[in-house]
Design a protein around this ligand. Structure first.
Ligand SMILES: *Cc1c(COP(=O)(O)O)cnc(C)c1O
Length: 413
């Protein structure tokens, strides 16, 4: 009887797994063929400490209470789900904007930095480090370090420090130390190398906050869980507005993939909801100046994660290009590589020009100036051909204040 029962149970579990596509991360940190933790040996103890503890810590009621209360009173959640009437009539469908641009600091990134700093505190860490390219993740990290009274060092390429001066000033205002990365091309990848070097040398008292759903396991899963509050809210908000928690489409732009992962998360196994991503095609997918990782990429390892990435035949990572700093990344989070590979998701490559036009359009029809990253998701509406009775939810990942100079010079305003 006993063994019969057991047998039945195992068969049931296997049946469930094979009858639905599973988009949860595996124990070893994989989404299908993508993910894992390809870390240098000296980094292994740090990543292993995280892996052993993160799930336990973030599911305790003490953690959840503090996280939810900060999301509510500090970040300003729930962010509105806004029915964009004029945008909807332009595209002849029903479009809802999930207003992550209204989060404190102006984008979704703070959802993740709050989660990670609460985790770091519970692991007994005293110092926070992070890498940043455009400075958005650096600002979100410096913000939560000020909030928690923790020491903060942001590594940033020396070239980026000059290009992104306003964000450097914000980080300094918030009390962070901004350390220039002087090696290589003096941009994001060099800043990442410096952060990793620092972490190896300071393993016991330091936590490294990665800014997207990338990096070694458990980072992609951890960041996805913190950002999943986006789709958790969309479900009840949409139900309130339309009577159904499921739209026909959920859409988001993808750099590393954190706002997209959060927007898709609670819909991954709901096959009636189509998943749509927008990646950056720069000057065009085949122009040589692009960040269209899914179209151009092949499997390899970037930032300790096996995923699709842009590389030469001998495995050198290709320099990406996008007008939006937040999408200017040669890889993509492993969850999205898996959604692409299994065809669960549909991904459009949006050029700089298409994104800029969409950003101007949203500003003029809804009075909302989006971040240029977000404009890529808006531009993808042109390709979607959603029907008049259908419902589309788009993640409005961030606001465009940081991009005004770029919009201004592009449109000669
Ligand atoms: C950083 C950023 C992105 C891209 O990052 P993901 O991890 O792919 O979400 C998108 N939008 C805004 C506003 C950003 O700041």
């Amino acid at each position: 009887m006993q063994s019969n029962n057991k047998c039945h149970k195992i068969v049931f579990v296997e049946y469930k797994l094979s009858s639905m596509k599973n988009f949860e991360v595996s124990d070893k940190g994989y989404y299908g063929k993508f993910g894992g933790a390809y870390v240098p040996e000296m980094l292994y103890p740090n990543v292993e400490e995280l892996r052993e503890n993160y799930l336990h810590i973030i599911t305790t009621s003490d953690f959840k209470e503090e996280f939810n209360s900060l999301l509510k009173d500090y970040v300003g959640r729930p962010t509105p789900l806004y029915f964009a009437k004029r945008l909807s009539s332009h595209f002849q469908t029903n479009i809802y904007l999930k207003r992550e641009d209204l989060c404190h600091t102006g984008a979704h990134k703070v959802n993740n930095t709050i989660g990670q700093i609460l985790l770091a505190k519970r692991l007994g860490k005293k110092k926070i480090i992070a890498e940043t390219g455009a400075g958005q993740h650096g600002v979100a990290t410096a913000t939560v370090c000020a909030l928690m009274g923790m020491d903060c060092t942001i590594f940033m390429g020396e070239i980026d420090i000059h290009r992104q001066a306003p964000n450097v000033q914000r980080m300094k205002m918030l009390g962070a130390t901004v350390t220039p990365a002087m090696s290589g091309s003096r941009t994001l990848k060099d800043a990442t190398n410096e952060a990793i070097r620092y972490w190896i040398n300071n393993p016991s008292d330091t936590h490294y906050i990665i800014g997207s759903a990338i990096g070694p396991h458990p980072y992609p899963d951890m960041v996805t869980r913190f950002q999943s509050v986006i789709s958790e809210e969309i479900k009840w908000q949409l139900k309130e507005k339309t009577g159904s928690e499921n739209p026909d489409y959920v859409m988001a732009c993808i750099g590393g993939g954190s706002n997209a992962a959060g927007t898709f998360y609670h819909y991954l196994d709901q096959e009636s909801v189509k998943i749509i991503g927008a990646e950056a095609a720069g000057k065009g997918v085949d122009s040589g100046f692009s960040a269209a990782t899914l179209k151009l990429g092949s499997i390899g390892v970037i930032h300790s994660c096996k995923t699709l990435l842009m590389q030469t035949a001998d495995g050198q990572i290709t320099e990406p290009h996008s007008i939006s700093a937040g999408l200017d990344y040669p890889g993509i989070g492993p969850l999205h590589a898996h959604l692409y590979d299994t065809k669960r998701g549909t991904f459009y490559s949006i050029t700089d020009d298409e994104a800029m036009q969409a950003g101007l359009m949203l500003s003029r029809v809804e009075g909302i100036i989006p971040a240029i990253e977000t404009s890529h998701a808006i531009a993808a509406l042109e390709y979607l051909h959603a029907k008049p009775h259908e419902t589309v939810v788009i993640s409005l990942s961030g606001r465009g204040d940081k991009d005004l100079a770029t919009y201004q010079s592009y449109f000669n305003l």
